[in-house]
Design a binder for this molecule. Sequence first.
Ligand SMILES: [Zn+2]
Ligand SMILES: [Zn+2]
Length: 150
Amino acid sequence: MAKIHSARQRQGDKRWDFTVSSDEEGWCHPTGYCSGFEHPDEVDRKSEEQGWPKMRQEERDKTLLHRAKFHEDGHATAKEASDCHDDYELDFELRFSENPDEMLKCASCGDFTTGRCTVGTFGRYVLCRQHQTRDETKKVRDADRAARQR
Ligand SMILES: [Zn+2]
Ligand SMILES: [Zn+2]
């Protein structure tokens, strides 16, 4: 099933949320920080009722660490909603890894490296160990998007 990730405007108050949706199945709900804060204890309680697994410790820790960023009041513009989700991906969905089979140029410094970075659903970059940080990932992703828009 194809899920769509996009900023969408609410029917009611015209505010924008970053959402995940499925046209085929006819549902759409806010995701990431736009979905509001729910305490991990409460999430686990509901999961238990459904027989679903508990939150991973890492996700639980991050949710509490960044709890102030969660909100339900939407955004004034689509851009703001997208930026909100970019921030969420950097906080929750940033992974660094190595591909020992292939040396590629680091997107930051140009040195050959086996280092890799994934962020969110679509971000795939080459980053050497030295540049495997949240800040560098943000820079590289912003630059990559700007280049694609040309
Ligand atoms: Zn938001
Ligand atoms: Zn580098």
